[in-house]
Ligand binder design. Structure first.
Ligand code: ADP
Ligand code: MG
Length: 310
């Protein structure tokens, strides 16, 4: 069953087209990844979905209901973990979570119990500590506790791991997996491809306000199965010219790391032969060749000619 369906969504800010004919379909029960570089339009999409921002045009259905200003019943089922921290520094962890719980009409004993449960879930046991004494990672986890206290059916997380320590990141990844196992549908936006590879069932890659590819990570990598990637170590790279190399048929992209060259090659055109020929013509010695595993970063590079992170 489709939980969220977005069709033909447009949004502009002045002269900037933030979303241009965006289409997305999210199944009930899945972890859906929205992967894209800064400025792709991820937050704009999320904010329209949450009715925090008005669309220019397009259609949004949640649970088969057209989203409009009147369906508070739908919004009560959604949980949000915003990109910018939305916690009160001078309140304790528990007070923060209880505040957000009360916005969803939780009261009394139930409010306190669910708030403590949410804090325990994200691994913040010290409920009585003031938020301002927390590390960045702990604040991020508190932000998540505030978003899940009312046990939403759909949890939307907008870049929840930016600028945090690996331990908090791992904890967040695990928590999301567990929430999902317990029945929560999740939309997860990020510009870290490792995260969507680790937890998402389906992924949409966004760029410049559009979905440029979508599917499982395996299906997305199928896009580039005719490609190979190699890391080639040479004795001297001073004579190697990037422009000359990429002008050769079958060589898609090159990147230099010390005396190593990362090269993406078209298998069908036999770009590897051409590459080796180029090196031998310049009397450059190959010290080592390693085949690299293709990643979603490679998919993005292949589709846009750019990297996910600049
Ligand atoms: P992402 O979350 O993927 O980084 P955003 O949705 O925040 O991307 O932004 C998409 C585009 O819309 C960017 O070009 C951004 O500069 C622009 N944008 C977003 N919000 C505003 C705003 N309130 N006013 C003007 N431009 C905006
Ligand atoms: Mg954003």
């Amino acid at each position: 069953m489709k939980y969220v369906e977005i069709t033909g969504l447009y949004k502009s800010f002045g002269d900037t087209f933030a979303l241009e004919n965006l289409n997305l379909s999210i199944e009930k029960g899945e972890i859906f990844g929205l992967l894209g570089p800064n400025g792709a339009g991820k937050s704009t999409t999320i904010n329209i979905l949450l009715s925090l921002l008005e669309k220019d045009r397009g259609n949004i259905k949640i649970c088969n209901q057209e989203l409009n200003k009147n369906n508070a019943n739908i919004r009560a089922k959604l949980g949000i973990v915003p990109q910018d921290l939305a916690v009160f520094e001078d309140m304790t962890a528990l007070e923060n979570v209880m505040f957000f719980g009360s916005l969803y009409d939780l009261k009394g004993k139930e409010l306190k119990e669910k708030s403590l449960k949410a804090l325990e879930f994200v691994g913040l046991e010290d409920a009585k500590k003031l938020c301002k004494t927390f590390s960045g990672g702990m604040k991020r986890r508190l932000n998540i506790a505030c978003g899940i206290v009312h046990e939403p059916e759909l949890l939307i997380l907008d870049e929840p791991t930016v600028g945090i320590d690996p331990q908090s990141r791992n904890h967040i990844m695990k928590s999301i997996k567990t929430l999902n196992k317990n029945g929560c549908t999740v939309i997860y936006t990020t510009h870290y491809m490792e995260e969507v590879e680790a937890i998402c069932d389906n992924i949409a890659i966004m760029d410049k306000g559009k979905v440029i590819a979508s599917g499982t990570k395996e299906a997305l990598k199928e896009i580039i199965t005719d490609k190979n990637k190699f890391e080639i170590m040479v004795n001297d790279i001073t004579e190697i010219n990037e422009k000359e190399l990429t002008a050769i048929k079958g060589i898609d992209s090159v990147e230099f790391k010390g005396n190593k060259i990362l090269v993406s090659i078209d298998r069908e055109v036999n770009g590897l032969n051409e590459f080796i020929l180029y090196l031998s013509n310049k009397a450059i010695k190959i010290l080592d060749i390693q085949s690299k595993v293709l990643t979603l970063e490679d998919v993005f590079l292949n589709l846009t000619g750019r990297k996910l992170r600049d």
